[in-house]
Design a binder for this molecule. Structure first.
Ligand code: NAD
Length: 283
């Protein structure tokens, strides 16, 4: 099956970006949210990003209009009834996600594939609440979606080869690279990234080096564009702790134990850039 019609559920930071890239690639896209103001904000964000592309000479006014013509917004989930693919990007909460998937299972056509953009929840468990687990899959986009080339395509244990291939092809039409991943905690991205960040925090905790020096080593010595502690501040230290807990619980391996200093920062409300203080101070 070739995907033509898409619905994106959740018009937040990720959902709006996902809707934008599908609309730009010529898919017919409906963007859904329970909150009208989120839809308005999401749509305005898309317009703004397209305008910026025009200013930079990377897009014409015609391209923008074409993309916007491909995109409608709705608060009515029943409009998923004619979609080939639905991508869920609502809040990271298992109860909310499973409730959305159960409704989608009722509403969408039999052939439709149901994807989730979750960064940490098990795709296998989400698939299991539907009557079409072989058509449930993870599409883990990176933030900011219009810029980042990667999509981790996560196969639940039930996901069929046909569903995987359909999603791989749709991802390539977006001009992005699909990487095939099996459903285990942290997938590839967070399983590799978060322990590095956690270890960087341990080096500060144990007095090996100051945050600036840890980041300098990784930037100047390893060619990382951003040091791990600066990156942790950008991601949010609460999110980093949450993902380390998922890895620790999921594998039961002490190598994933969250650093006590990370816990202490989160308890203090030092969550990184968004709270004004993390490993660095932000004005
Ligand atoms: P967000 O809080 O910016 O947006 C969530 C949106 O979902 C809100 O607009 C909210 O109104 C809407 N929503 C909540 N319940 C809903 C429902 N039942 N039906 C329809 N809409 C509903 O969140 P986000 O940062 O865009 O994250 C969304 C998902 O993407 C999460 O699963 C998150 O783990 C994942 N993700 C986030 C990032 C990131 O960097 N932010 C990266 C990759 C994946």
């Amino acid at each position: 099956m070739a995907v033509q019609n898409v619905m994106v559920i959740g018009a937040g930071q990720m959902g709006a970006g996902i809707a934008q890239v599908f609309a730009q690639a010529g898919f017919d896209v409906k963007l859904n949210d329970i909150a009208e103001d989120s839809l308005t904000k999401g749509y305005q964000g898309i317009e703004k990003r397209l305008d910026r592309q025009i200013e930079k000479g990377r897009m014409t006014e015609d391209d923008k209009n074409q993309a916007l013509n491909n995109l409608t917004t709705t608060t009515n989930l029943n409009e998923a009834s004619d979609r080939d693919l639905v991508i869920e990007a609502v809040v990271e909460n298992m109860d909310v996600k499973t409730s959305v998937f159960q409704k989608l299972d009722e509403i969408t056509p039999e052939h439709a594939i149901l994807a989730t953009n979750t960064s940490s929840l098990p795709i296998t468990d989400i698939a299991a609440v539907t009557n079409r687990p072989e058509q449930v899959i993870g599409m883990h986009f990176m933030n900011p979606v219009p810029v980042m080339k990667l999509v981790e395509v996560i196969r639940a244990i039930q996901t069929s080869d046909a569903s995987f291939q359909t999603i791989q092809e749709a991802t390539e039409k977006l001009g992005k690279t699909a990487v095939e991943v099996n459903d285990y905690p942290g997938f590839i991205s967070n399983r590799v990234l978060m322990p590095m960040i956690n270890e960087a925090i341990y080096t500060v905790f144990e007095g090996v080096a100051k945050p600036e020096d840890v980041d300098s080593v990784m930037k100047l010595g390893m060619n990382h564009p951003m040091g791990p502690l600066q990156l942790a501040d950008f991601i949010g230290l609460d999110t980093c702790l949450y993902i380390m807990e998922i890895l620790h619980d999921g594998f039961g391996d002490s190598k994933y134990r969250p650093c006590p200093l990370l816990r202490k920062y989160v308890s203090a409300g030092w969550l990184g850039k968004k709270s004004g203080r993390g490993f660095y101070v932000y004005d």
